[in-house]
Design a binder for this molecule. Structure first.
Ligand SMILES: N[C@@H](CCC(=O)N[C@@H](CS)C(=O)NCC(=O)O)C(=O)O
Length: 250
């Protein structure tokens, strides 16, 4: 009798499965085609997340953010659905999945051309792509020895010579842009892709008390006053201090 009941129950469950799946969804299955979702990690430590998030904000994208811990094993399988690299940021928009900060920024530039994430003029646009590429693929010493940590302050922080060389190159890039395009942002009056790429460097310079000249101080101030940056910083402050030590950008 019990065996029969069990068989009936199993058949009922199998028949009801499609219906149950409609209601019982994992957080990532909520990403239906219509919703725009940006998956990010920590707001205090997630430098790549900040770049992707700020670019999406500057593009005027209407999105829901999903904050995950990439180290959580239960999240990793789900992450694969959105980002083949298993890394964040990852954007789900209009049925398209795109990951990697640069790819997201280029995608947003295509779908939101009015936001002018890249400069209108060809030469300036090439310059913008060059410095974004330099940020995306380089500055390893600065990124590893001065990891983003928005909530921390290290007055008089001792900077290693290789990290200082990276910092000097960043400052050279900024000064050239500010003088060529007139500021207050890297490519002129409005913030764009390059500013988003360098945003975690701005917060690092504050965290690690990096000395800057007037032009770069003014640029950092301008960046930190962007409403989107203020919002990110406020949310970073609400995060629990879970990670004592970081030796790599994540
Ligand atoms: N080049 C990638 C880097 C992304 C990246 O390293 N993301 C970190 C978090 S901010 C990550 O997902 N780490 C998790 C892991 O490597 O498993 C990009 O531009 O988006």
């Amino acid at each position: 009798m019990a065996g029969k009941m069990w068989a009936i129950l199993q058949i009922c469950l199998r028949l009801a499965q499609p219906l149950l799946e409609t209601f019982i969804t994992s957080p990532f299955e909520e990403c239906d085609m219509a919703k725009t979702i940006l998956t990010i990690s920590s707001k205090n430590y997630g430098a790549w997340s900040l770049r992707g998030w700020l670019t999406a904000r500057l593009a005027g994208l209407d999105f829901v953010e999903k904050v995950i811990s990439p180290d959580d094993p239960t999240m990793r399988a789900e992450m694969l659905l959105l980002s083949s690299s298993m890394r964040v940021p990852a954007l789900h928009h209009d049925g398209v999945n795109v990951w990697d900060t640069m790819a997201i920024a280029e995608y947003l530039n295509e779908v939101k051309p009015k936001a002018q994430l890249l400069p209108a003029e060809l030469k300036a646009r090439a310059h913008c792509r060059a410095i974004c590429g330099e940020m995306h693929s380089g500055f390893t010493s600065m990124r590893t020895s001065l990891p983003m940590n928005i909530n921390a302050r290290f007055p008089g922080f001792k900077i290693w010579s290789r990290a200082q060389a990276d910092i000097d190159r960043v400052l050279e890039i900024w000064k050239e842009c500010l003088s060529l395009y007139g500021g207050p942002f890297l490519f002129g009056k409005r913030p764009g892709m390059a500013d988003a790429m360098f945003a975690p460097v701005v917060t690092r310079f504050l965290t690690y008390d990096v000395s800057l000249d007037r032009a770069c101080t003014a640029y950092c101030k301008c960046m930190m006053e962007l409403p989107a940056m203020k919002e990110w910083v406020e949310q970073a402050k609400l995060e629990p201090l879970e990670i004592d030590e970081l030796d790599a950008e994540f």
